[in-house]
Design a protein. Sequence first.
Length: 432
Amino acid sequence: MKRSLEKAHATQLSVDQHRCVVLFYKYFIPTSTETNFPDAALLQEYGSHYMPLLLEYMERECHELGMKGRILLAAEGINGTLSCSSCDPIMKKFIDTLEKFNLVRDLGAPSPSVAPYSEGSERIGDDKYPSVKADSQDCSGLFTDIDWKLSTIDNDPTDASLEPFPDLKISIVSEIVSSGGKIRVSEIPEWGGTHLSPDEFHAVLMGEKGENKVCNEGNNDELAGTEYQEVKKKSKEESKKVVLIDVRNTFEHAVGHFVDPNTSQAALNPEMVTFSSFDSRFCSVQADFLKDKKVLMYCTGGIRCEKASAMLRKRGVNDVSQLSGGIHRYLERYGSSGFFKGKNFVFDQRVAVAPPPAGSLTSPDNGCASDDMVPAPNADDGSCIVGKCGECETAYDEISGSRGSESIIAFGIKLGNHVTSRLLRCLTHQSC
């Protein structure tokens, strides 16, 4: 009888345990036309009215589905990581609900007495928004076109401590990624970098687009005038030196990062503890050096690159590209056969996730094995360790030791005594 009860308890834990995780973000870029009343523009102009309502809406939807995790909400966008018991139907239902969300229909239109969020903004009913009503179907959805990055967890179903999050916390903030006010969301379309798919990013690193080729000016018999100048200009652009930049914090870089296959050097680490220092500590110092380079940058899911690329470009670095979907999408595509080495730091209680073995990957086009992928030279089997003990330089990337002078707080979760790269200690030195 006792064994039956234990088995039943384990089965229930297995059913209820959160095994599906979604990482997502979106910057609410305001756009407007005479016939369209975009949610983003309304939210940003009437944030004092809408933000508390949006918070309540998100909490209600998450609680109804038994979700846990962290969401940052701002007039500029949304940034979140959530977990639930299943990707289908639970997570699917959550995503479907948000993609159908309509600001005015679901939260109502502000009354004429509500002041705009920013000075000088028009009220609803004025010339800019002449006929927005609570039953309006014209608003473009806040949560459409989000890249929902799903992953599953395979662990002991009887150990509830292995769940990604202990609870749900949704917060209203001024920025979903703090830039210290350096970049406004409206500047991202103009100043943001070029988005590269995982395949395009991989190809540039491999040198398959001619980055290391220089135009042979002696073989121009068939080219003349403007056509020749265009080819010469293109070749000059392609011959730029590639500089790979990790725009994550130093403790994330310490346990995993991209390695340039041409130089075998790790991506440049700006040595940040918080992203808000990227412009003042890195861009201001390195911009002149980078102006004639081809910059490739990456982060976990893509959100930090949106602002990081704008910071560099505003300082005169024109050739800036960013990995679309971040490390997450790249590892889905290339796993341990790619140029990312070590583990991917994630902002939940898993802390760091190893790349999947290359043989377990599927093609995003047809769901079949990715036979068309080009493996990286000296590809590892997923067990590559790039972190080092701060005392003896021994390869080590378990960033939860029994001792450490700093704690990393991720979305309000204390992830144990995790420490920065200089404070990583192997098992031998953890007791010192």
